[in-house]
Design a protein around this ligand. Sequence first.
Ligand code: SRM
Ligand code: SF4
Length: 573
Amino acid sequence: MSDNNLLSPNSAPHSDVEAIKSRSNYLRGTLEESLKDRITGAISEDDNRLMKFHGSYMQDDRDLRNERNKQKLEPAYQFMVRVRAAGGIVTPEQWLMMDRIAQRYANGTIRLTTRQSFQLHGVIKWNMKNVIKEVNDELLSTLAACGDVNRNVMCNPNPYQSEVHEQVYEWAKKVSHHLDPHTRAYHEIWLDEEKVADSRDGEEQEPIYGAVYLPRKFKIGFAIPPENEVDVFSQDLGFIAIHENGQLLGFNVAVGGGMGMSHGDPKTYPQVARAIGFVTPEQLVDVAEKTVTIQRDYGDRAVRKHARFKYTIDDRGIEWFIDELQQRLGWKLQETRAYKFDRNGDRYGWVKGNNNNWHYTLFIQNGRVKDEGGYQLMTGLREIAKIHKGDFRLTPNQNLLIGNVSSQKKKKIDQLIETYQLTDGAAYSALRRSSMACVALPTCGLAMAESERYMPTLLDKLELILDEAGLRDDEIVIRMTGCPNGCARPALAEISFIGKAPGKYNMYLGGGFVGNRLNKLYRENIGETEILNELRPILNHYAKERKDGEHFGDFCIRAEYVKEVHSGLDFHD
Ligand code: SRM
Ligand code: SF4
């Protein structure tokens, strides 16, 4: 793109997805017809693009792919359904609904995601309407859980911190609600609501997004220092709450983060968001809206790989963005305020909040809620939901917080935790408790290697090394993904593995412990034996020669295992 083109909203030929959105009539396309087609368990390719905006992806079970192919059967088509709730907070009734539909229509498990949403896997086409209807009946939604719109807004999940948390959560909900799509297509298709007479007559509009929505997905997160569980620097738009003596003063605004890249394509890279100024709570919604509209107008609609907000900003420069934002706002941002993060992981077990209620964070390996062998996690949580009067909070690290338990109820919930041996992870290494892995195989169509199904096995082996080195209780942030799209935010981990091929991973080191620095490639395309052989000496070296309080990622840089990465622009150097 020439510099001239960078100055005006892009006019290059648009990608095929833009054409699909444009002729979709506000996300309707032929989805209704596709859903009714009895000949196949699939929907058409164009409708599949639109389906994402409705919160679902068509997938097929990749474990069964070859066998079905041999038998000349169509792939085992099924749908992933993503259910969003800003900040990941749901009621016990909503939890029970998710549990019920997971058993009745999906694969009997619930997946808690890295963005504080729920996912169901294995829903067949004929059950999609029931699933979405039941979700909406319980006042949750799948609309805009995926697609080229603002996704689930993340928010620090810990209710114990102070009233500041409750206030920030209310602002997160406001921003989320403000950016909801207005199309009635969702209500017509899934909830059988009355059809809009003719949406093309101007009766229906998307005031923020317009008829072709955004060039790409858009993500917003709210962090409350000193905690950065939401990985605020990975967000397209991050808000860092600034508070003093229990008072919320406002938010630092950070822009242009993102985790995805493609192997072998240096034009794609993960990036950290940069703080550009401070705004008061009352100015927040306006800032979010104007930022989204800038990406709507200037984001790359020709090349989807280059369409995220981070590229819009990096191509044009952060100063350009600040000017454009201030022009649209009609006022200037204040100077960024001081803040300090001390972690991006979860704190487990019971804590007492300022409101005298209790909160219990459970360790849920890679966010998968299921009953397996002797570990009846799903049943245990169902029994808790039946008596719980507070809330459930999905954490950004794929764990679950049982929130707002009164002192009287705590005993009963403790008994259930005991009966079902639900764990806060205390028996595991701190490394495992600081781990995340994306879904990957068998459902993710983009996975190049295992992730969720393999990470626990790798951790078993790494724990032996940690024991030798005396590092069992040291928190080291470790993440794995089955491909470089970055769904478990691996580029911000102190150790990460990104899938390249079956059983092979790129290994990265040196991310910042609080989620503030990208890591760097250390070894390429290695399997388990090499992973263990590479990590053993580094972990031992760390155990012997770290400075007081030095985190593993920082040590990897000081000991020159990898160079420090200051920006995504030098990620591949
Ligand atoms: Fe993701 C695509 C799962 C968080 C970056 N992601 C996918 C799809 C839908 C695969 C696909 O397009 O066919 C995966 C579905 C797998 C499955 O079978 O369930 C998928 N992403 C997930 C989840 C479930 C991972 C998890 O283990 O929890 C997370 C759901 C979040 C939610 O509730 O909304 C999830 N994805 C993320 C994150 C982390 C975050 O948002 O904090 C990222 C990196 C941050 C970012 O966006 O920069 C992420 N997912 C991607 C990308 C790369 C996007 C890019 O432009 O760089 C893709 C591929 C794409 O969009 O083309 C992708
Ligand atoms: Fe799938 Fe890749 Fe995301 Fe993992 S990182 S869920 S493999 S798209």
